[in-house]
Design a protein around this ligand. Structure first.
Ligand code: TYD
Length: 132
């Protein structure tokens, strides 16, 4: 199975513009307990470089574009993100790195739990060890 699991958000277009909807258990495959976004990103400053032990997240590139590496410890895939109505699942135990941000990139994330530093694996060797 591909590491890249895409979830289409519900988009309604009419002459007034677009409304894009992400509802828990419909477009989002979990209950949402936290939302955060990244902005003012630099193409020279990649982000991420961690995995979560339990947290599930769905990432949406709201404006602009970027790339994300998803790595399960055995294989890696790169996804190009530039579609504001498409969410990419960052499942538990997926090492992820975001890079190549356009200057207008806004990166929105829905998470199924609150922030918890003890849920992070920030060392790649520890991550690989945990996937064996
Ligand atoms: P981090 O998850 O490491 O960011 P990225 O993966 O985008 O590089 O978080 C950056 C900092 O922000 C770190 O000090 C933890 C803090 N943080 C919170 O306090 N709450 C949150 O919900 C998130 C996502 C991060």
């Amino acid at each position: 199975m591909s590491l890249v699991q895409k979830f289409l958000l519900k988009k309604i277009v009419d002459p007034r513009g677009e409304i894009v909807i992400a509802e828990a258990q419909n477009e989002i495959p979990f209950e949402i307990r936290r939302i955060y976004f990244l902005k003012n990103l630099q193409s020279s400053h990649p982000r991420g470089f961690h995995a979560h032990k339990k947290l599930k997240q769905l990432a949406v590139c709201l404006t602009g574009s970027c790339k994300m590496i998803l790595d399960n410890g055995h294989e890696k895939e790169i996804v190009h993100m530039d579609n504001s109505s498409e969410g990419i699942l960052i499942d538990a135990m997926i090492w992820h790195e975001m890079y190549d941000f356009s200057s207008d990139c806004v990166f929105l994330v829905f998470a199924d739990n609150q922030y918890d530093e003890s849920d992070y694996i920030r060392n790649y060797s520890d991550f690989i060890g945990a996937t064996k």
